[in-house]
Design a protein around this ligand. Structure first.
Ligand SMILES: Cc1cc2nc3c(=O)[nH]c(=O)nc-3n(C[C@H](O)[C@H](O)[C@H](O)COP(=O)(O)OP(=O)(O)OC[C@H]3O[C@@H](n4cnc5c(N)ncnc54)[C@H](O)[C@@H]3O)c2cc1C
Length: 419
């Protein structure tokens, strides 16, 4: 549905552009058309980029998962940047050799151009911080808090610039509406989300730590708690004096009424702060999110592969396996790790004959690959593969399983690196 909406908005933009040309005495030159089309679609895609960045369950439903929403957001960030960069370049080409780059690429010519040029440069900085310069997550997030400037400048540019497009009222209204919607989305995400998004307060009941792994037990209100499906996750914020509003996603290991458990690997600032939590401290939980576990219901034969902390969503999924389903789960790690999380799955395999659990140590048995998994466990093209772990591991397995003949639709993964 998400893709259909994007296509529909693009088709309407294209049609309005064509209508804007119908009553004109002359058709513009080729490069002007390219400049106008790239400017229009660049603005539309930039607006989509903001709209999909709103972390809302409706978007998750429309796009089929929050990770897909983030991927769409990334796609729109890059494509709008390429289109908007081409917009002034095509104008320069059109007027060559009687033009200078400074007319379209430097601010100062007039207010409308200045807004356009500044919008382009600020977009360039943001895209660079996301793709080329791998900033630590916290600093990258800070840069993203200022993204509203880009769309605001683009809106002023679109509003002020005189062109044959801007003279066609329906197209002008259409593009300005998208810009305004994007600004509203930004204001919601930047300023209102923390107050308005559905959330519940949970109290820390217990923290168990083993080396750099933690299991936290949290209790919600008995009457008013969040309900999670297997494989789902939520965003967690530590409350209290000195705590900031930083929220981080973690999968739910287990839910029993108003009790939830999460399993955490300590890798940085926030996860380190979780180790200091004491019984009675409070945490804000926003969710539920994710649809990783949904496809399990329609699958009969599955292999689940986890790497490192990617084991967590499978802990809540394992008890949902039905007697007519067959699951082989393989957890891979280089060396023996904490048993805080793996023990639960070993125990589950003892009581549920449909579920088999294997802890695969690569230091002892070498690297796992799709070929030996398929042969050893007699997987067929109708089998489903669920992957969660380091990005590289998931990409390699997805590639291998699909060349083995398992359709991409049956290879489902949970990405722990949302940007
Ligand atoms: C859907 C999902 C489910 C997850 N489930 C678990 C889980 O069950 N157990 C677990 O230990 N980890 C889980 N993670 C990963 C966890 O969110 C990060 O390890 C944690 O946020 C790291 O924060 P940090 O400050 O300790 O480390 P940092 O060094 O700041 O971050 C390390 C990496 O974690 C990611 N990250 C950091 N902050 C955020 C954030 N606010 N939002 C999204 N990603 C962020 C980034 O990719 C970053 O590069 C999950 C991530 C996602 C997206």
């Amino acid at each position: 549905m998400g893709i259909s909406l994007i296509i529909l908005s693009s088709v309407i933009t294209g049609l309005l552009y064509l209508f804007s040309k119908i009553n004109q005495p002359t058709f513009p030159e080729f490069w002007i058309i390219l400049a106008q089309v790239s400017g229009l679609f660049g603005t539309l895609f930039l607006s989509w980029n903001y709209i999909v960045s709103v972390r809302h369950m409706i978007l998750e439903k429309i796009f089929g998962g929050l990770d897909r929403v983030y991927k769409t957001h990334e796609f729109f960030g890059i494509s709008s940047f390429i289109l908007l960069l081409n917009h002034p370049l095509f104008l320069i080409i059109n007027f060559l050799p009687f033009n200078s780059t400074s007319l379209y690429l430097l601010p100062g010519r007039n207010l409308a151009y200045t807004f356009g040029v500044l919008s382009l440069y600020s977009l360039f900085l943001l895209v660079s911080f996301t793709i080329f310069v791998k900033l630590p997550y916290r600093f990258w997030k800070l840069t993203h808090e200022w993204t509203g400037i880009v769309i605001l400048l683009a809106l002023f540019h679109a509003y002020l610039i005189p062109s044959d497009i801007s003279r066609y009222l329906p197209l002008r209204i259409w593009i300005l509406s998208w810009n305004s919607l994007a600004i509203l989305a930004f204001i919601y995400k930047r300023f209102l989300y923390y107050f308005l998004a559905p959330k519940k307060t949970y109290v820390v009941e217990n923290v168990v730590q083993d080396s750099n792994y933690l299991v936290l037990t949290l209790i919600g209100d008995r009457q008013n708690f969040l309900r999670f499906n297997p494989g789902q996750f939520a965003f967690f914020t530590i409350n209290g004096k000195g705590a900031d509003r930083e929220e981080h996603p973690f999968s739910i290991l287990e839910q029993k009424d108003n009790y939830i458990k999460i399993g955490v690997k300590v890798i940085g600032n926030f996860t380190l702060k979780l180790t200091d939590l004491k019984d009675g401290d409070t945490i804000t939980v926003r969710g539920p999110f994710g649809n990783f576990g949904e496809k399990v219901q329609e699958a009969k034969e599955m292999v689940w592969i986890s790497g490192g902390i990617g084991i967590t969503p499978f802990l809540s999924m394992a008890p949902s396996i039905m007697p007519d389903q067959k699951v082989t789960m393989i957890h891979t790690s280089a060396n023996p790790e904490s048993r805080l999380l793996t023990d639960k799955l070993t125990e589950h395999a003892v009581v549920n004959p449909s579920f088999r659990f294997i802890n695969h140590l690569t230091s002892l048995y070498g690297r796992l690959n799709a070929d030996n998994v398929c042969r050893r466990f007699n997987l067929t093209r109708n089998s489903y593969v669920f992957l969660c772990g380091p990005k590289k591991m998931m990409e390699t397995f997805a590639e291998q399983f699909s060349s083995y003949g398992i359709s991409r639709k049956r290879i489902i993964y949970e990405d722990f690196q949302l940007r």
